[in-house]
Design a protein around this ligand. Structure first.
Ligand SMILES: Cc1cc2nc3c(=O)[nH]c(=O)nc-3n(C[C@H](O)[C@H](O)[C@H](O)COP(=O)(O)OP(=O)(O)OC[C@H]3O[C@@H](n4cnc5c(N)ncnc54)[C@H](O)[C@@H]3O)c2cc1C
Length: 255
């Protein structure tokens, strides 16, 4: 594994060294890019006995999951917090990696008014905040909050069980029969329901909210083409954000 694919002085690997790597060694897999995806793939392939070459063009691994330190302060270069989504914690457990984390609270605000997403009831507080600034749209706000509540119920199903990828299904029969199989029909029904919510969130909300400013306020957290289900589902996922002590880059350093 080469990571980074530059020598310590920061210059690119020389052609001869690259050629040597490519010709004198046999690799089962070559992965280009040591972001979280490349690091994860490399770790699992290497663990299963494959010989893997991981190539990164930057001096540091991690890609968007990266933290640098200046004068004792940590700065996150890309991602600002992490979401388990039934994957990160089971994966870390599976790899025997301990990551010290703290809760990362999401606190949206309008003007000087700020609220905190602390529990499922915080959605009502968010609704009150929107209504305070857009009283003439209170019916539309109720409708959107109703849709968000429905999406949250779907999210609860999607992430309702531990990710089976990290389970030893041959050994853990209890998980298959008591959790996975009963969950599958609910999962399939939920997937059908959310397929109708693939339109970009801004377009989706246009059919419900007339006021452009209110629409911008609700969608400001997302890229404008984020699918509606994914975007509105964030109001549930906000409660699960966590932050590794020392910066998000601790995750990739540990890999
Ligand atoms: C603005 C923004 C904010 C985000 N915020 C969050 C957040 O708060 N929480 C969250 O969980 N997720 C967030 N995400 C999503 C998350 O960052 C990504 O899903 C994840 O980091 C993608 O990982 P990756 O390994 O696929 O790609 P990257 O992290 O982009 O890694 C790709 C790597 O490949 C390297 N590379 C590229 N080309 C070459 C080449 N030719 N040769 C060698 N190396 C190469 C790059 O240098 C880089 O290291 C955010 C994404 C963006 C864009």
């Amino acid at each position: 594994m080469i990571c980074p694919a530059r020598n310590p002085s920061g210059t690119r690997l020389t052609k001869s060294l690259t050629e040597e790597v490519m010709t004198d060694n046999h690799y089962d897999t070559i992965i280009v890019g040591a972001g979280i995806a490349g690091l994860t793939a490399t770790t699992y392939l290497a663990r299963s006995g494959r010989k893997v070459l991981l190539i990164e063009k930057n001096r540091e691994c991690g890609g968007l999951v990266n933290t640098f330190t200046r004068n004792g302060f940590h700065f996150d270069a890309g991602v600002r917090a992490l979401l388990d989504a039934g994957i990160i914690f089971p994966m870390l457990k599976d790899l025997g990696i301990h990551l010290e984390v703290v809760k990362s609270q999401v606190s949206p605000g309008i003007g000087n008014e700020i609220m905190h997403f602390e529990n499922p009831e915080s959605l009502s507080e968010y609704s009150d905040l929107l209504k305070k600034f857009y009283p003439e749209s209170d019916g539309e706000i109720d409708e959107v909050i109703g849709i968000i509540r429905k999406v949250i119920r779907h999210i609860d199903v999607l992430y309702g069980i531990e990710n089976s990828f990290f389970k030893d299904l041959k050994q853990d029969r209890g998980f298959i029969f008591k959790k996975l199989l009963p969950w599958l029909p609910r999962f399939i029904m939920t997937i059908r329901k959310i397929n109708g919510m693939n339109a970009p969130v801004k377009d989706y909300l246009k059919s419900i909210i007339k006021d452009n400013s209110l629409r911008d306020m609700i969608t400001q957290h997302f890229f404008k083409n984020t699918p509606s289900f994914f975007a509105l589902g964030y109001f549930s996922l906000y409660l699960e954000y966590f932050y590794p002590r020392g910066g998000v880059g601790r995750l990739t350093v540990q890999c």
